[in-house]
Design a protein around this ligand. Structure first.
Ligand code: M6R
Length: 568
């Protein structure tokens, strides 16, 4: 994962690198560093957050610079493994996102030539490879090094004595902000405060930038990449008084859903979908859950496959890939494989211009705005809104009005329930039908944010094994709207309650029987049964958020995770 930021312009380089990198911390936050170059190369790096390592850094030489926030893949998070990585003469500094698959082989070759390695990272081979060929000139040396790399990379590099940032991209995100100055970054959000003009660096692009000059080539030929204007603004990507991005994003759901449903492209895309014999959905994490929910409500022949499990076995039909970031490595691998098997690719994505949008034949968007919190919240409900609307349109209907505002008013009530949950080690989530998926999503959020063991089951499966785990006071979150599954769910709730479980019931506000069975009850409005996952996942997001708060976890930056999973 990791975040890369580079800057060449007339501003204060160290300050701009710090500010840009701060907005990329959601991509990784176990160590940070920067390198600023002119006649001399200055660098700093250490384990810790961007604030821990890079607050108030100034260097005497202040020409162009690169910075990095890390999510460890190879080597522990510590000072030596932090980026930038340098050659032994400290002339070449490199920051990298991705995985160099052949690094061991390259490292052995370089060691035989006398290079001395300090870190356990795959990245460190890059500055050594560049240094090997500096006599050819900086850009030639950079190109020669990149040509030897296998795997995925977004690389930024500075070299002593030069005012250029060298960069290369293959399978890892890299974008360029332009406003006279240049901002090279893993994500648009990091430079939105300075510019909305974006150049999307393409696969296998390699080039350099310096004040007032940009050069890119692909396959040995110079290419001219034009800027696009992005609609997101900086305010949308800021916390605006909320304690955490996640809380802000939970509260932005009414607008995110409405904006998503207002997109007229849903109509033409539903026509396209209705002509298909088969659709294979492939996605990861929460986006996979959105696809799974569609399978429960749609009559379209659908297969839903976790992206990392997608293989040659899945043949026939078109592919729909769902992703917030459009940069998830597992998802992109699945899509590339599907393309090689001649599947047409459709994508439902939140980030405009992301890699997935460029791989796909047809793209529709969720219009949720930037999502910074690692947990998917508003993008999940926006994905559900888009998918359920597509399904309704295929059936010649449209969705009833969606109003989730009354649920958002329950924040305090849900916070008080989370105080009980925070005292447990294990939590069960039960649902039936499409709300099995709601249970899965609720449990995922609880694991991700509060680090509590959470299991999701279809109510009917309890008796086939997991009931043995139910014991006195074990919290069971029961998702029980007044739909066709309600009566059977009530039976399942009775089963766990009679074995001592503590029931947190979510259901229709006037469901007296459920209220009676519940130790805590979250009253929900009457909702069309096909829309229940969209409504019911919101209190579950809040439950995880507040449980994390009670346990003093940072919900925006859960341990071991990063927002955009750009490595397989
Ligand atoms: O950007 P994507 O939607 O492709 O991301 C997929 C998953 O990594 C993501 O949904 C993850 O599961 C969430 N952080 C969970 O809240």
């Amino acid at each position: 994962m990791c975040g890369i930021f580079g800057y060449a312009g007339n501003g204060d380089v160290c300050k701009i690198l710090y500010q840009g990198l701060k907005s990329l911390e959601y991509r990784g936050y176990d160590s940070a560093g920067m390198a600023v170059v002119g006649d001399k190369l200055n660098f700093i790096k250490d384990s810790g957050t961007v604030d821990d390592v890079l607050t108030n850094i100034t260097f005497p030489v202040n020409s162009v610079g690169i910075a990095h926030t890390r999510w460890a893949t190879h080597g522990k998070p510590n000072k030596i493994n932090a980026h930038p990585h340098l050659d032994e003469k400290n002339k070449v500094a490199v920051v990298h996102n991705g995985i160099i698959e052949n690094y061991k082989q390259l490292k052995n070759q370089l060691i035989k030539k006398g290079h001395i390695f300090k870190s356990k990272t795959d990245t460190e081979v890059i500055p050594h490879l560049i240094e090997e060929n500096l006599s050819l000139g900086n850009f030639e040396a950079f190109k020669k090094a990149v040509a030897q790399l296998k795997g995925s990379y977004a690389i930024a590099c500075v070299i002593e004595g030069s005012n250029k940032i060298y960069f290369a991209k293959r399978f890892s995100p890299l974008v360029l902000g332009v406003n006279g100055d240049y901002f090279l970054a893993s994500d648009i959000v990091s430079f939105l405060r300075w510019t909305k003009q974006v150049i999307f660096i393409e696969e296998n692009d390699i080039g350099y930038l310096e004040k007032g000059n940009l050069y890119i080539e692909n396959n040995g030929k110079q290419v001219n990449r034009r800027p696009n204007e992005i609609r997101w603004n900086f305010e949308e990507a800021a916390k605006e008084g909320y304690e955490h991005f996640m809380l802000k994003e939970i509260f932005e759901q009414p607008q995110a859903i409405a904006q998503t449903l207002a997109d007229k492209r849903l109509i033409s895309f539903s026509k396209h979908m209705s002509e298909l014999d088969k659709l294979v959905i492939t996605s990861a994490g929460t986006s996979f859950h959105a696809g799974l929910a569609l399978k429960y409500v749609s009559s379209l022949p659908l297969e839903v496959i976790i992206a990392s499990e997608f293989s040659e076995l899945y043949r026939g039909g078109e592919v729909l890939s769902i992703s917030q970031s459009g940069e998830t490595a597992d998802t992109l691998r699945a899509v590339r494989l599907a393309k090689s098997l001649d599947h047409k690719i459709n994508a439902l994505v939140n980030v405009v211009g992301s890699t997935l949008t460029r791989l796909a034949d047809k793209v529709i968007y969720t219009h949720a705005g930037p999502e910074i919190g690692v947990a998917s919240t508003k993008t999940f409900t926006s994905q559900l809104a888009a998918l359920f609307q597509l399904n309704a349109l295929m059936e010649g209907k449209t969705l009833p009005e969606i109003n989730v505002n009354p649920i958002l008013k329950k924040a305090d009530e849900i916070h008080s329930i989370s105080k009980t949950l925070s005292k447990s080690n294990d939590i069960f989530y039960l649902g039936r039908g499409v709300n099995t998926v709601t249970a899965m999503e609720g449990a995922l959020k609880m694991k991700e944010l509060a680090y509590l063991h959470a299991e999701a089951y279809p109510g009917g499966e309890l008796k086939h094994g997991p009931l043995a785990l139910i014991e006195e006071s074990l919290p069971v979150v029961a998702i029980c709207p007044s739909d066709q599954n309600r009566d059977k769910m009530l039976g399942n709730i009775e089963e766990v309650k009679s074995r001592g479980a503590f029931i947190i019931g979510l259901g229709y506000e006037k469901d007296e029987e459920l209220i009676e069975l519940s130790d805590k009850f979250v009253a929900m409005p009457a909702v069309d049964s096909s829309l229940t996952p969209l409504y019911y996942s919101i209190p579950l997001q809040m439950l995880s958020y507040y449980t994390a708060i009670e346990l003093k976890r940072n919900p925006d930056k859960p341990r071991n995770l990063a927002k955009s999973v750009t490595v397989e």
